[in-house]
Design a protein around this ligand. Structure first.
Ligand SMILES: [Fe+2]
Length: 237
């Protein structure tokens, strides 16, 4: 009478099944027990310099209101909205990409984007600004904007031609650099772009110091506070 066999003794096969089962159970246990991210999605990080460090271009009074009231307010509102949403365990970048342009999440997007934009803005400024970029970023700027003068005038012109509240950005779009503006809270990271540098164009950023003279503020920040070393670090050719 012929018999059918895998060629391995039955007790060996049972042992293999048991090992495989143990591995699956262990994996499920590990996944189930993996700690979920705790705490709020956004935090109000301390400013990287003293509140009077950007004077006279940005006064301590403006900075105290801008950071302590506006930025802090966006963080508080964003965290409250995220906590009540299905995004509470997602990264800020994923939240922004998933909620952009969706009416249902308009307030969540706006507050989260403003919190992110402001943190990025503080990182774009330094009291030791004024120097020009170096290395690959400088080469790309010279190549794509016909030199530093061309870049400076294009950046400032773009900022001044923006209507209403928003932001002016130097971004990397695939392989090229672009100067863009976004309206209100909108942010380039929700559009698949890589921001390198920004200036806040909301009136709360300059009205106390310059009233309606946005040009004086933008030129002052660009020429005196721009943190090009940080932009170089953000740039990946
Ligand atoms: Fe702002």
């Amino acid at each position: 009478m012929p018999t059918f066999s895998s060629g391995r003794p039955p007790h060996t096969r049972h042992f293999s099944y048991a090992v495989a089962l143990c591995l699956v159970v262990s994996l499920l246990f590990i996944v189930g027990c993996a700690p979920e991210p705790k705490g709020p999605a956004l935090t109000l990080a301390p400013l990287p310099w003293a509140r009077d460090a950007l004077e006279p271009i940005i006064s301590a009074r403006t900075l105290s209101l801008h950071y302590g009231k506006h930025h802090a307010g966006y963080v508080i509102k964003a965290n409250a909205l995220i906590e009540k949403s299905r995004f509470k365990r997602k990264s800020v970048e994923k939240i922004l990409s998933a909620t952009r342009g969706k009416n249902k999440y308009e307030a969540l997007y706006n507050n989260t984007a403003q919190a992110w934009n402001h943190a990025f803005f503080w990182g774009s400024l330094t009291p030791k600004g004024g120097a020009r970029p170096a290395g690959p970023l400088a080469e790309a700027i010279n190549r794509e904007f016909n030199g530093w003068k061309g870049f400076r005038s294009a950046f400032i012109e773009t900022a001044l031609s923006h209507f209403g509240s928003g932001w002016v950005w130097l971004v990397k779009d695939k392989k090229t650099l672009r100067i863009i503006t976004t309206s209100d809270a909108d942010t380039p990271i929700a559009q698949g772009l890589t921001p390198l540098f920004t200036i806040d164009l909301w009136e709360h950023a300059y009205y106390l110091d310059y009233h309606n003279k946005r040009k004086v503020y933008v030129e002052g920040v660009f020429d005196g506070l721009a943190h090009w070393k940080k932009a170089e670090q953000r740039y990946r050719p």
